[in-house]
Ligand binder design. Sequence first.
Ligand code: SAH
Ligand code: SF4
Ligand code: F3S
Length: 476
Amino acid sequence: MLHDGNKVIDESRQGEAIMTKTSESGERKLLIESYGCQMNFSDSEIVASIMGEAGFSTTRDAEAADVVLINTCAIRDNAEQRVRGRLQFFKNLKKTKPDMVVGVLGCMAERLREKLLEQEQLVDLVVGPDAYRDLPNLIGQVDSGQKAVNVLLSREETYAEIAPVRLDSNGITAFISIMRGCDNMCSFCVVPFTRGRERSRDPESIVREAQELFDQGYREVTLLGQNVDSYKWNLTNKGEIKDPEKETVNFAQLMEKVALVNPDLRVRFSTSHPKDMTDDVLHTMAKYENICKYIHLPVQSGSSEVLKKMNRGYTREWYLDRIAAINRIMPDCAISTDIITGFCGETEEQHQETLSLMAEVRYDMAFMFKYSERPRTLAERKYEDDITEDVKGRRLREVIDLQMECGAERTKALVGKTHRVLVEGTSKKSEDQLFGRTTYNTVIVFPKGDIKPGQYVDVHAHDCTSVTLLGEVVPS
Ligand code: SAH
Ligand code: SF4
Ligand code: F3S
């Protein structure tokens, strides 16, 4: 997960819309806005590539756009509301630009399908996450006066050979999708319905993409999947090898292959699932310095009973054992999490168990959310959403308050030490300062000198705010 410290986002994780680069040529212009998780941002880069092949150049300017594609998130109701606001904006804009094509991509497209076209008349085009290759064709249909929909989910599509067009890139850090979909069926979660079955991408194409990024000057890749620990590629898939046992690539092996691309290429990943995270993965992380010592391990709740109702596949004790394994194998590893407050039937005692688990683990960072019931999920069908908004909100505040305390304490513990930092750019607050990240994903700010983004430097942290380290470069 890429984030700046303890930012609390009670909707989509990476809520800021990204817009694409402007082109000078006179081709048809495409605006892509992305909402939701890193997967969606990564998918938008695949969409830009497919549309680029079809002759579209990208723009940031809504007024200049011939086609607008909104890549949407359905994870919580407020994520959807936000997108609806945006769609309304484009609907209004269309009054002055009737030829402009507006399309919905991603998880809301998959969830709402034709409804977006028929009942709500908000858009011209609805395309689910596995149908992006069909986009140029569907836009052709819209051009000829029809509405167009493709929300077919696939068991095979991984867009493996499509070279993403990096959008809004800093040229240093990039995402690589290693798998798609999710087979887990956590009872609160809409993702299995919007993203379909889990499938892994060919490791060769992943390593090739990492190598190409490195050759272009990138210095960090984040391997993305809803549950990276269940990554599995069987070489027999390609009909080449006949011994599946010997020829299976699991996540630990994939990560090793990517780490070996170059010691100067940092490797991160997201998201691990507590029920599947093996010691193998931890040993591989420990073995390679360029694999960042940071794990996002969403717990959701500290109560075994709630976890059971959430269908998470682990207990509090199992989760704490995984934390103990991380601390044993990599004593300095940073850990972050996701927490949901006010899940169906959550008692005050069960909420206290979440707080006590947090107090025990002392996370570096957390994403914290109020439970939001999602249509079609197991929880919607089976349990009553019976915790009031007030109680959900109060529990969320308690969780946030405790996390602020733990996060600040974890940041402080990094002061007085020297950190290897990958420099990412100029600090938002001052032109004379640069910022980069430690292996723990902590942002560190320091005076510029003659250092350039993309370089590695050793920075001594002499102070901190609650989430950011302040330092001085140590001459090498
Ligand atoms: N695959 C990742 C999670 C993706 S969704 C994983 O298993 O960890 C990101 C986070 O959104 C989840 O971890 C969960 O904390 C939160 N979330 C998902 N569905 C939610 C819902 N219905 N209400 C509130 N938060 C939810
Ligand atoms: Fe949703 Fe669970 Fe899959 Fe994560 S692992 S995407 S929370 S179903
Ligand atoms: Fe949202 Fe879909 Fe990601 S629901 S969190 S964009 S997988």
